[in-house]
Design a protein around this ligand. Structure first.
Ligand code: UDX
Length: 462
């Protein structure tokens, strides 16, 4: 069925939220559906627009996003989500026209009737327009199953007084969501709780109104959480709730959907390093630090004595488009450290020279590290990253969190802990877990592979 000259019978439409951590899983999912014989049309916004030429196998249709220029320039995810939804609700006609155009079969052999639209869970406004056109929506959740449970539980967490968090209750366990503590629910240090509440209420509504939810996770990683989630949603009449990931193990399209150009020179640099010797350091596409913290990270890495590959992307340091490395740093790490703007991360993590990952614990980074059996030093920043770090440390035992102030001596010690002594046990556990997760996608009896086939059958039945 996959590839070949056989006409593609049905078409899936996909619309990611236009941020890297949401685009990547949606495009991987699109790739996995295409490989199973579905035609795919990608709807994309002008804000953080994708590059159609990099995906000749898909059709592309632009959806007007309505994000005001100042909100787009600031690029804060919560503000973009709220602005997009508000603009689309105030003026649904352009969205309706884009969806209607994407639903039309194009007359070539690749065309097929649109069966459904996969949307990011943050796009309730689009779901409402799709409903008006009679187009079923499936929700892609780009975070973990545990994260979705937490989002759905947000009203309860307020009613029971866990939220908003207080200094005094940060370490209080939340028995309704084990093993989380109040500090792990603290979704954003900078967003007002009213905004967070609105976004999460919209996600809940989108999930409940959908024809199914697909989560970028694996039963090999979150079987208990999936079971609990099924219980939480039992009364919602949801036709489908699937763990079908990690999608990047089912299809590989990372370079094509990257918003920044990947610096591939690091691969040759890694080739020249001993197996398991390099610490890969990256804080994803959104997390930021103060200039003082940046200096402490730099000197902590320099004094650790370990080889490192560090991604310093634009705006990693608050208020700076391109961060300035401290005087003397390059000499101090010559031959041992490499700093780049953006990495081919999935390939880097799969490289045998990489022995550890210092990460902000975005869900994609966590999945990519787990999938390659690489242990993690966790420094979560916002949203779901605190709960991801909690699972890394307490449930899977494949890393630990660097808590408290970022200070060079503490950074140095944490890097040594990961790359030496105790890190060896975490690495062993990471390899076992990584194998299980990869098998769930690659083996013919693997749960995610079977689930993906089930998903395709479901789409064909719509
Ligand atoms: C975030 C988080 O997933 C989550 O907390 C929230 O839902 C909002 O989005 P982000 O912070 O960018 O995304 O982190 P992550 O989920 O790890 O995604 C980053 C993606 O960028 C990964 O797929 C990673 O492979 C890719 N990446 C990162 C690169 O390709 N190159 C790099 O140098 C760094």
């Amino acid at each position: 069925m996959a590839g070949g000259r056989e006409p593609r019978r049905r078409r899936a439409l996909v619309l990611p939220l236009p941020f890297q951590g949401h685009i990547d899983p949606m495009m991987h999912l699109a790739g996995a559906l295409h490989a199973r014989g579905l035609a795919v049309t990608v709807l994309h916004t002008r804000f953080n627009a994708l590059h159609p030429a990099r995906h000749p196998e898909f059709r592309f249709v632009e959806v007007p996003d309505g994000v005001p220029a100042d909100v787009a320039a600031a690029g804060r995810i919560i503000d973009v989500i709220l602005a997009m939804n508000a603009a689309m609700e105030a003026s649904p006609a352009p969205v309706r026209a884009a969806l209607a155009s994407a639903m039309l079969a194009g007359g070539d052999e690749e065309a097929g009737a649109a069966a459904c639209l996969f949307i990011d869970g943050n796009l309730l406004a689009v779901q409402r327009v799709a409903a008006g056109l009679g187009l079923p929506t499936l929700v892609l959740r780009t975070g973990s199953a545990a994260c979705l449970r937490c989002f759905l539980a947000y009203p309860m967490l307020h009613d029971k007084g866990y939220l908003p968090p207080q200094e005094s209750n940060l370490d209080t366990p939340v028995p309704e969501l084990p093993p989380l503590r109040v500090r792990d629910l603290f979704l954003s240090p900078v967003s007002s709780h009213d905004k967070v509440r609105e976004v999460l209420a919209r996600i809940t509504e989108t999930v409940r109104n959908s024809s199914g939810v697909v989560i970028n996770t694996s039963e090999a990683l979150e079987a208990a959480e999936m079971e609990r989630l099924r219980g939480d949603l039992a009364g919602a009449g949801l036709p489908l709730l699937l763990a079908a990931g990690p999608f990047h193990k089912l299809s590989s399209r990372s370079a094509g959907s990257s918003l920044l150009d990947q610096d591939r020179s690091c691969m040759a640099w890694l080739d020249a390093r001993a197996p398991g010797s390099v610490l890969y350091v990256s804080f994803g596409s959104l997390a930021a630090m103060d200039p003082g913290e940046f200096l402490e990270v730099a000197w902590g890495l320099a004094t650790s004595g370990h080889p490192f590959l560090w991604v310093v992307r634009p705006k990693l340091v608050r208020g700076c488009d391109g961060a300035q490395l401290p005087d003397g740093f390059e000499d101090a790490v010559a031959g041992r450290g490499m700093v780049i703007r953006w990495a081919p991360q999935q390939e880097v993590l799969a490289h045998p020279a990489v022995g550890g990952f210092w990460t902000h614990c975005g869900w994609n980074s966590t999945l990519e590290s787990v999938g390659e059996g690489v242990p993690m030093l966790c420094r979560p920043d916002a949203v779901d990253q605190m709960m991801n770090a909690r699972y890394v440390q307490e449930v899977w035992g494949v890393g630990f969190e660097l808590e408290g102030e970022l200070e060079r001596g503490r950074v140095r010690d944490a890097v040594r802990r990961l790359m030496e002594g105790e890190g060896a046990e975490m690495r062993e556990r990471a390899k076992v877990l990584g194998r299980r997760v990869a098998d769930s996608c690659l083996e013919s009896s693997g749960s995610s592979r079977i689930t993906m086939d089930k998903l395709v059958s479901y789409i064909l039945s719509l």
